[in-house]
Write a protein that binds this ligand. Structure first.
Ligand SMILES: [Zn+2]
Length: 451
């Protein structure tokens, strides 16, 4: 299969009018080449396009896909520091108040039923945002935590997480089209390749938000100013190179242009999880005795740690509702930190079943997610240790033993680089590190599985 290539635009500069013209030119360039671009819009950008009467831009974008790129991108406090301060539930509430109306501006101004992808502004990843956008019917989260190195796709917090794999804007500003394509072509054979392009940077010397919202500060609105423009020659050269680069991709049978909608449809079609999981032998889950992780079976599919929990609970209780109850489309991972248990815990099969029975009525709240505390033979253990007990019961053991060393954090968090992930951008206050967001993101890897 050819590698799907998405041309994704972070359409964000609501200050510099020259970026509106760059957007118009890009939309027309792609239309002329019969490529459907994916334009992820900042709400405020959509609003100013409408306010400035740019019907030409709106018209030019009609044949293209529209996504979302936050309400106002870089106005402080931005999404990540807000979520860091507010935590899970209040963070979700804050996003609902601020982002939902802006999503409506974009849908109304571009006359769309739905937005296909949400992109975090300036590395403002937060698990609350992924969950919120998915609940608000945006199915893909692009340019987030995963897959930038290898183009891998993941389900996480119910959304299809799509990486940005190639910054075509900065490449075309620096190198000629042949060299840009040469660099890009290493991505042939991957699950997907996503070109990220910022219309504004093709015409401005600097990023618009660095000028107006540097290092965690807001310039007063009346002092907002566009970033300095590039020379006309520089601009022509960048557009020419970008066009030639896209032509090379189009001519190469190893690649095929996609949009988020098609990538989502094909990824779902490829996934056979729903049909096959119930017939998987319990040996596929044996690794869960050592701690939570996704369950990946080549050619058969993948289940997140949480979905594996639901599958095993359904089997040992005979109640199929457990599969839905722990579905990662309906329930996020553990919101709270699980308890630390420093001794081995033993339990009988009945005690494990009793733990499930006692918990089942309490499960289903978004505010709690996968419960962080589970009763097991008079102790309270985290979901990782309970899952270890559960898989042993599913394997037919009458008594089970859960060693103190069984971890609570899914092992897959480390494999996908989530334990190393950092807030890298210059838009934050110096020193912003987001430890609370990062710990929450790792706990949410209970919902993580290869797509
Ligand atoms: Zn952006």
């Amino acid at each position: 299969m050819a590698t799907p290539v998405i041309v994704s635009f972070d359409t964000e500069d609501f200050i510099g009018p020259a970026s509106d013209d760059a957007l118009l030119r890009l939309a027309r360039l792609l239309t002329a080449k019969k490529i459907r671009g994916s334009f992820c819009m900042v709400g405020e950008k959509a609003r100013v396009l409408h306010e400035r009467g740019r019907k030409d831009v709106l018209k030019a974008l009609e044949p293209h896909e529209i996504g979302f790129h936050s309400r106002d991108h870089s106005i402080h406090p931005t999404i990540a520091p807000r979520c860091e301060e507010l935590g899970w539930s209040a963070g979700l509430e804050n996003l609902r108040q601020l982002e939902l109306p802006a999503m409506r501006w974009v849908r109304d101004i571009f006359n769309r039923d739905r937005l296909l992808a949400a992109v975090p502004p300036g590395s403002n990843c937060a698990p609350q945002a992924i969950w919120f956008y998915r609940q608000a019917a945006i199915p893909c989260y692009a340019g987030g935590y995963f897959g930038a190195r290898d183009g891998a796709l993941y389900w996480y917090l119910g959304a299809l997480n799509v990486p940005y794999t190639f910054y075509a804007d900065s490449q075309c500003l620096q190198h000629d089209a042949g060299e840009v394509f040469e660099r890009f072509s290493a991505q042939a054979g991957r699950a997907c390749a996503v070109l990220c392009i910022h219309p504004t940077i093709l015409v401005h010397q600097k990023f618009w938000d660095g000028v107006n919202f540097p290092a965690g500060t807001n310039r007063p609105r009346e002092q907002w100013e566009p970033a300095p423009l590039r020379t006309p020659e520089e601009i022509e050269r960048a557009f020419e190179r970008l066009g030639a680069f896209l032509d090379r991709i189009a001519a190469d049978p190893r690649f095929e242009f996609f949009d988020y909608e098609r990538l989502l449809a094909e990824t779902r079609r490829r996934s056979q999880i729903a049909r096959l999981r119930e017939s998987w032998p319990v040996s596929h889950f044996a690794h869960l005795a050592e701690g939570p992780d996704w369950t990946y079976v080549p050619h058969e599919g993948a289940l997140s740690a949480q979905a594996s929990f639901g599958e095993l609970a359904a089997r040992v209780t005979g109640d199929p509702c457990w599969r839905d109850r722990l579905s990662t489309r309906r329930l996020p991972g553990p919101v709270d930190e699980p308890p630390i248990v420093e001794k081995d815990v033993t339990a009988t099969r009945e005690q494990v079943l009793n733990g499930l029975w006692r918990m089942q009525a309490a499960i289903g709240s978004e505010a709690q997610g996968l419960p962080a505390r589970w009763p097991l033979n008079g102790c309270e253990v985290g979901p990782g240790k309970f899952l270890s007990a559960l898989v042993q019961v599913a394997q037919g053991e009458a008594t089970v033993r859960v060693p103190a060393g069984v971890p609570e954090e899914p092992r897959c968090a480390e494999r996908v680089g989530l334990t190393e992930w950092k807030y890298g951008a210059w838009i934050y206050k110096p020193g912003f590190d987001g430890p609370r967001n990062r710990a929450l993101a790792r706990r949410m890897s209970w919902t993580l599985a290869p797509a």
